[in-house]
Design a protein around this ligand. Structure first.
Ligand SMILES: [Zn+2]
Length: 295
């Protein structure tokens, strides 16, 4: 009985021992694995943190690069803007330099047009517009379209406008003035004849009449055509140089000078006359004198 019991104990202790050994091996291996994993994890954490740091640095670099790029773009844009401004200024200056400065000058007792002055380019006016088709009459080539449109607009309102004179050269004026002298004596030698003459020498000025009035255009102010011009000539760039009760010259209802649509419209709206406005203000309109804004 006792032997059996001892045998029983021995057997179980062997089983326990084996079990214990297995448990020990399993635990040791588990511990080893755990340690390995722990170390690996630690290494990976370090790597992640290193990569995170790098990412932050890269983001910072990127943000700096973006901001520097934006600054560069801004500088370039402003440079392009400056170049555009310069180009546009150069274009404006070029346009201005090609525009005859005499065209908007005020002529007075002391300021005449040079006797050598001839407009850039003159064209012969179509005879249908002339009071006297036999007389060759010239006009500044850039003014001609505006003049034609004005006469057509008047005729579409059943109003008659005929051109009695346009461009007059210096020598033509001399002979005209001597004719005046014969008719009016020394009174013709007044400042006024010179002033009107200067405007005709520009090639931008016309004397207008109607078929009925003809050479008797002194009473042109009594016509509907004259009243139409007062209301509408500015749309075609024309102004009356010597209106009623002006301080410079006798009233000349027939004498119309081209100054450009922009300036003529300004004078019309402000109810001002060309010779009342300072030359400095007038000169600002020179660059756009031939811009077509007719309607
Ligand atoms: Zn005239």
């Amino acid at each position: 009985m006792e032997n059996n019991f001892i045998l029983f104990l021995r057997r179980w202790s062997v089983v326990y021992f084996i079990f214990l050994m297995i448990a020990l091996v399993v635990l040791s291996y588990g511990g080893y694995l755990y340690r390995e994993l722990y170390l690996k994890n630690l290494e990976l954490s370090k790597e992640v943190s290193f990569l995170n740091n790098n990412l932050v640095l890269l983001e910072k670099d990127l943000s700096e690069a973006t901001s520097s790029l934006a600054t560069q773009i801004k500088i370039n844009d402003s440079f392009v803007g400056q170049i555009k401004d310069i180009t546009s200024n150069v274009e404006q200056l070029d346009k201005l330099s090609k525009t005859d400065r005499e065209l908007l000058k005020k002529y007075s007792k002391v300021f005449f047009l040079s006797e050598n002055y001839v407009p850039d380019h003159l064209l012969e006016i179509n005879k249908v517009y002339l009071f006297n088709p036999q007389k060759t009459t010239l006009i500044h080539s850039n003014v001609y379209p505006f003049l034609g449109q004005m006469i057509l607009a008047a005729s579409s309102s059943d109003l008659d406008l005929k051109i009695i004179s346009g461009y007059r050269s210096f020598s033509e004026q001399i002979s005209l003035k001597s004719n005046y002298k014969i008719i009016y004596g020394s009174g013709a030698n007044s400042f006024s004849a010179d002033q009107g003459y200067s405007e005709h020498q520009l090639g931008t000025t016309v004397d207008l009449t109607t078929k009925k009035l003809g050479n008797g255009y002194v009473s042109f102010d009594k016509t509907d055509s004259y009243r139409w011009l007062l209301d509408n000539a500015h749309r075609y760039g024309f102004i009356i140089s010597y209106p009623k009760s002006n301080f410079y010259y006798q009233f000349e209802p027939w004498h119309w000078r081209f100054v450009g649509v922009e300036l003529a419209t300004y004078l019309h709206q402000e109810k001002k006359y060309f010779y009342d406005v300072s030359q400095r203000i007038i000169d600002e309109y020179l660059i756009n004198i031939f811009d077509d804004k007719t309607n």
